[in-house]
Design a protein around this ligand. Structure first.
Ligand code: SAH
Length: 213
């Protein structure tokens, strides 16, 4: 598959749709315009790539809806070189958006099949996250903490404590919290012990799964 002028045109339209739903950050909208989302989908779904919808990516997982990716990214308020932890690598599309905004990205995936596939895809495409890790996102990534931002791309039944603990003072955790439906929740770390919490609307994600072992 290639990236063509036609794809670019479709992406410009997609960015307009995302903007019409309330995303205003030009850098985020620009990432939507630039990243070839059709290459992150299994062939056969290509025609759907530039609709504002989630799609299956195998292993019962989905690539998040572009609006959701843009909304979560906007909430991180990224600056170049921010150190960002992503929980739920999935297709790698959200990772690519973070990289487009010049973040240093550490990303964790618990499905081995997807982990392998997406890691290979990153190297083929020349996307360079700092680390792509097969592991359990509930634990965060202690050895690389603290982070300027943490983004969770699966629905969490509760807020994992290690994620709050691994934020810098001034850092942001963006996490959809809930079981069947999730409330997008933003935690701002004000000091060692204080967090400000904001709830920002309802979304639907595949579940963040706990490791049984
Ligand atoms: N950011 C992805 C969204 C993928 S859906 C994208 O843009 O495509 C959520 C992903 O979270 C799935 O790939 C799922 O396997 C993964 N996931 C679920 N529980 C997890 C956990 N405990 N740790 C890390 N990843 C997890």
């Amino acid at each position: 598959m290639r990236d063509t002028l036609k794809h670019r045109g479709m992406r410009n339209k997609l960015a307009e749709v995302v903007a019409s739903k309330g995303v205003t950050d030009e850098k985020v909208l620009n990432a939507i315009r630039e990243i070839p989302r059709h290459l992150f989908l299994d062939s056969g779904f290509e025609a759907h790539a530039y609709q504002d919808k989630a799609f299956p990516i195998g292993a019962e997982q989905t690539i998040s809806q572009p609006y959701t990716v843009a909304f979560q990214t906007e909430l991180l308020q990224l600056k170049p070189n921010h150190k960002i932890l992503e929980i739920g690598t999935g297709s790698g599309y959200q990772t690519a958006v973070l990289l487009n905004l010049k973040a240093k990205v550490y990303t964790i995936e618990r499905q081995q099949e997807l982990f392998k596939k997406t890691k290979l895809f990153f190297s083929k495409m020349g996307y360079r996250p700092k680390k792509v890790i097969f592991g359990d996102g509930y634990k965060g990534l202690e050895e690389e903490a603290p982070f300027d931002g943490i983004i969770v791309t699966a629905g969490a039944p509760n807020v994992p404590k290690p994620l709050l603990a691994q934020l810098k003072i001034g850092g942001r955790l963006v996490i959809p919290v809930g079981i069947d439906e999730q409330i997008m929740t933003l935690y701002l770390r004000k000091s060692e012990k204080e967090f400000e919490k904001k709830e920002l609307g309802n979304f639907r994600f595949v579940p963040l799964l706990e490791n049984k072992n």
